[in-house]
Ligand binder design. Structure first.
Ligand SMILES: [Zn+2]
Ligand SMILES: [Zn+2]
Length: 304
């Protein structure tokens, strides 16, 4: 199992001199499996443009690929119109992803980016054969032994974590998300305080966080939301749908993960800040061994 990072940034593409080391493109991962020709793409952020060019350059056969969208926020789909294989008649593409509202189908949400008001080409004019498949929490098994499980995360829009299992190896994604938290006050002085409701809320939150740990359990690689530091998160970013880096690392430790990759960097996060954070977290973790902590950067390749 092998993963390559084509876009690691969250929210919006952020090119410039402060992001050249880690990269400014938004979320896009390429996953390959041992002994398989299958091309798996996770998310279609702006990084997918370079991946498309790479596929066309390096593959002699027509491109067949599957895109698994974590959700349809713009930073995860904005690259789709620039994915060159969709303009090639022999390309066959399957796009999977969750939708929040039944009346907005996945083909509309992704495909409507290709309409004349936004783009010079319409989706109906594309040469590739593209099919869309809506996902919920579920498990898929394929004839080559690939197993994919999905899990709802804690985000402002329906968002899926993925667990890819193949040949004894496991890769999980856990973004965009933040820790589940009790929305019911535990302060007896606050108006509307109800100890029973508060306790039920606390139990539901504990169950949801435990279920996520089980979902990530023993993964070889976990690619986790790490948009904020704990200090930033505590100072007003809680509830924005993204995790502090410290939470990503704690999750990986609790789930017995081998490698955790801090991902979905804040667009304002400079290279020197990420380098300092990477150094600090790795130094703190080194005596403990597992998990290895990595900060996602464009072009990074990992195998499990
Ligand atoms: Zn995002
Ligand atoms: Zn999002």
């Amino acid at each position: 199992m092998y993963v390559r990072f084509w876009g690691v940034r969250g929210s919006v593409a952020s090119p410039g001199r402060d992001t050249v080391v880690y990269g400014g493109n938004t979320a896009c991962l390429e996953l390959r499996l041992n002994g398989s020709d299958r091309v798996i793409i996770i998310d279609a952020g702006s990084g997918i443009r370079s991946l498309g060019a790479h596929l066309i350059r390096t593959r002699s056969a027509p491109i067949e690929a599957e895109i698994f969208l974590t959700h349809t926020h713009w930073d995860h789909i904005m690259g789709f119109p620039f994915f060159d294989p969709i303009y090639r008649p022999n390309t066959r593409l399957k796009v999977y992803g969750p939708i929040t509202y039944e009346e907005d189908t996945l083909d509309r949400i992704v495909g409507d980016q290709l309409s004349y008001r936004y783009f010079p080409v319409r989706h109906s004019e594309l040469s590739a054969a593209i099919s869309y498949h809506q996902l919920r929490e579920e498990e898929m098994r394929f004839s080559d032994g690939l197993r994919i499980k999905t899990k709802y995360l804690n985000h402002s829009l329906l968002c899926l974590g993925y667990r890819f299992e193949h040949d004894g190896k496991v890769l999980c994604t856990g973004y965009d998300t933040e820790p589940f938290q009790n929305v019911f006050s535990d302060d007896p002085a606050s108006p509307g305080y109800d100890p029973v409701v508060c306790e039920e809320g606390a139990r539901a939150v504990a169950d949801a966080n435990k279920a996520l740990l089980d979902f990530f359990r023993d993964a070889d690689i976990l690619i986790h939301d790490a948009q904020y530091t704990l200090r930033e998160y505590s100072a007003g970013k809680s509830g924005w749908g993204h995790s502090p880096m410290e939470h990503a690392i704690q999750t990986a430790i609790a789930a017995g993960v081998k490698k955790v990759v801090l991902f979905h960097h804040d667009p304002d996060r400079r290279d020197d800040e990420l380098q300092a954070l990477e150094k600090r977290f790795r130094a703190a973790q080194q005596p403990l061994g597992k998990p290895e902590i990595l900060v996602a950067r464009e072009g990074m390749q990992l195998s499990a």
